[in-house]
Design a binder for this molecule. Structure first.
Ligand code: FEO
Length: 573
């Protein structure tokens, strides 16, 4: 196998390589991308993978992001004359994979585009010109000749309704686009080194796939009907060849856990309207942090029967307002939701793209009249969502999830009142405030489960409950400050940070802070502080154990002691 890399000055790199018989991967390596769909922070960049399969006929599977236009097309033209491409298989229409479809059709207007019906509808809006179409569904096949028979498997809602997997019966490659991908940019084409991929694989699943766990399980079941799979040719990150069973198994396990969640919330959104996608996914991420299962349903691809069924099983219902004109079908489905909800449920509303005040508040009033409890104030945005908007949505989702699981939390608080509980309570800790900043997003949290965990280099461990807002800012590579509170002088800060903040609220309003060299806020009234960087995370049952190295530390009052937290029982902080 020969891999060719071409570098540009903007850290966008192209890489092409033969990965199987007559099959070439064309990888667009985006080394520095640090954010995806605004709500999704990236630690290690990403790649957009496209594939060329040459039988007697030739098919290209997906393209690339428009930012790679020149170098992607140069790379493609370096290996094939576009006039020789017969088919363009579209696995999914998000612009990171379909950003160059129009360019390709300009180079060769005779290419036949192969996609499921929903994807074709999205493509019509993207291309705005006639093109040759082949609409396919699960089980359909396309024979390219020389043994390359492609079989298509619809995989709706992973993570868009338009997703399709493609299996090549000769090479046993399964082209999956977003599914089983990860945002990890490296010259390594395959998944030889699983240890360095674990974290990104899980974060990617949590953000993109977790909110549609049932659809993931349905797709894995359909994959089971295919012959053996030699390579999962993903659209992002390394292709999976060495760890297929392990990594597909993880999707299955994680999705089963989600699908078995005792409590479910459903989010009805409209992917193509405003920025409903980003908001819906952020709310979904916030809900899943609480252990509540989430179903994300695009109203454009749903019907009254499915909507009613989902509302009936959901404890929480989140609805995106459809536009007031041109979305009659979606408006009718909102009426169906309204007719199906009951007073035991919780709801939240959001709107993107500058709607009309009245409609969202009209719906809110109707829901309140039925007795449905509002989990968070309606979220309305008129411009593109910012990191802060996404943080607000995530925190709103967590508020909803925490309300839905309140009985479980109360039960847990009561369940340990025995000798074990009292003994556990004899573990003491200090009192600390963690302050974090990533981009324009900040957060803070009172912490007591903190311990030194390493001397050289200096390191600490912190246990953070999974449903804490700050958890999203404590991933590998993130930086934060551990503010150490002073004995006899901790009450004002403790009281402030123990408050329940509404979604998106500024935790530092009226608090004296100054910036650390890592950019995070230092609390002026703390006894000492440590500047830290997250190195690894271990998943516990209800907490993340976050290990971080410490770069800088200062003590404000040399003679003062750290505030100590003594507890009577071990079932809460
Ligand atoms: Fe990688 Fe959903 O696009």
């Amino acid at each position: 196998m020969v891999a060719i890399s071409v570098k540009t000055s903007t850290r966008l790199t192209m890489q092409t390589a033969e990965i199987a018989a007559d099959t070439t991967v064309i990888r667009s390596l985006d080394w520095d991308r640090d954010r995806f769909d605004i709500e999704f922070a990236l630690e290690n960049g990403t790649t957009y993978n496209s594939f060329l399969i040459r039988g007697e006929k030739t098919a290209l599977v997906d393209t690339s992001h428009a930012k790679f236009r020149q170098i992607y097309l140069d790379a493609l033209l370096g290996i094939i004359d576009p006039a020789e491409i017969d088919y363009l298989v579209i696995s999914h229409t998000e612009p990171d994979h379909s950003g160059l479809v129009k360019d390709l059709l300009q180079l060769n207007p005779n290419i036949t585009v192969v996609a499921v019906k929903v994807a074709m509808q999205f493509l019509d809006n993207l291309i705005h010109q006639p093109y040759s179409k082949m609409m396919v569904k699960s089980g359909d096949k396309l024979d390219l000749g020389n043994g390359h028979e492609l079989e298509f498997v619809a995989a709706p809602n992973l993570h868009w309704p338009d997703t399709m997997l493609t299996y090549d019966h000769l090479t046993q490659n399964l082209f999956t686009c977003d599914v089983f991908g990860m945002h990890y940019c490296d010259d390594q084409i395959f998944d030889e080194d699983l240890a360095i991929l674990n974290s990104d694989y899980k974060v990617y699943y949590d953000c993109l796939m977790g909110p549609n766990a049932r659809s993931v399980l349905a797709a894995i079941k359909r994959m089971g009907d295919l012959p053996p799979i030699a390579t999962i040719a993903t659209g992002h990150g390394p292709l999976l060849k060495y760890n297929i069973t392990e990594l597909v198994g993880r999707y299955q396990d994680w999705s089963q856990t989600q699908a078995k969640a005792a409590t479910t919330a459903v989010i009805f959104y409209i992917g193509e309207y405003g920025h409903g996608d980003a908001l819906a996914h952020s709310i979904g991420q916030g809900i899943t942090k609480t252990g509540v299962g989430v179903e994300l349903i695009d109203l454009r691809e749903s019907d009254a029967h499915e909507v009613r069924e989902l509302v009936n099983i959901a404890a929480g219902v989140v609805v995106a307002m459809p536009p007031q004109s041109g979305a009659e079908a979606e408006q009718a489905l909102v009426s169906t939701i309204l007719a199906a909800v009951n007073a035991k449920q919780s709801f939240g509303l959001f709107e993107s793209g500058g709607g009309e005040d009245e409609s969202i508040y009209l719906l809110r009033n109707k829901l309140k009249e039925i007795g449905v409890r509002e989990a968070f104030e309606p979220i309305r945005i008129e411009t593109a969502p910012s990191e802060n908007t996404c943080q607000r949505c995530e925190e709103a989702g967590t508020d909803l999830g925490q309300w839905l699981t309140r009985d479980r939390s109360i039960k847990q608080m009561k369940s340990l009142d025995n000798d074990l509980d009292k003994a556990l309570g004899r573990i003491s800790g200090g009192l600390y405030i963690i302050t974090a900043k990533r981009g324009e997003t900040t957060s803070a949290m009172l912490a007591t489960w903190v311990a030194q965990a390493s001397v050289e280099p200096p390191g600490i461990s912190i246990a953070i409950a999974k449903d804490r807002a700050i958890e999203s800012l404590m991933h590998v590579g993130d930086r934060f400050v551990l503010n150490i509170l002073e004995e006899g002088n901790y009450q004002p800060l403790m009281k402030h940070f123990l408050k329940r903040f509404p979604p998106g609220a500024d935790r530092f309003a009226n608090i004296k802070v100054y910036p650390a060299s890592n950019g995070c806020p230092i609390l002026a009234d703390s006894l000492a502080y440590l500047e830290c960087e997250v190195v690894s995370r271990m998943e516990g049952d209800d907490h993340w154990i976050v290990y971080s190295t410490v770069d800088i530390g200062r003590v404000a009052k040399a003679d003062s002691l750290t505030a100590v937290h003594h507890r009577k029982v071990g079932n809460h902080y």
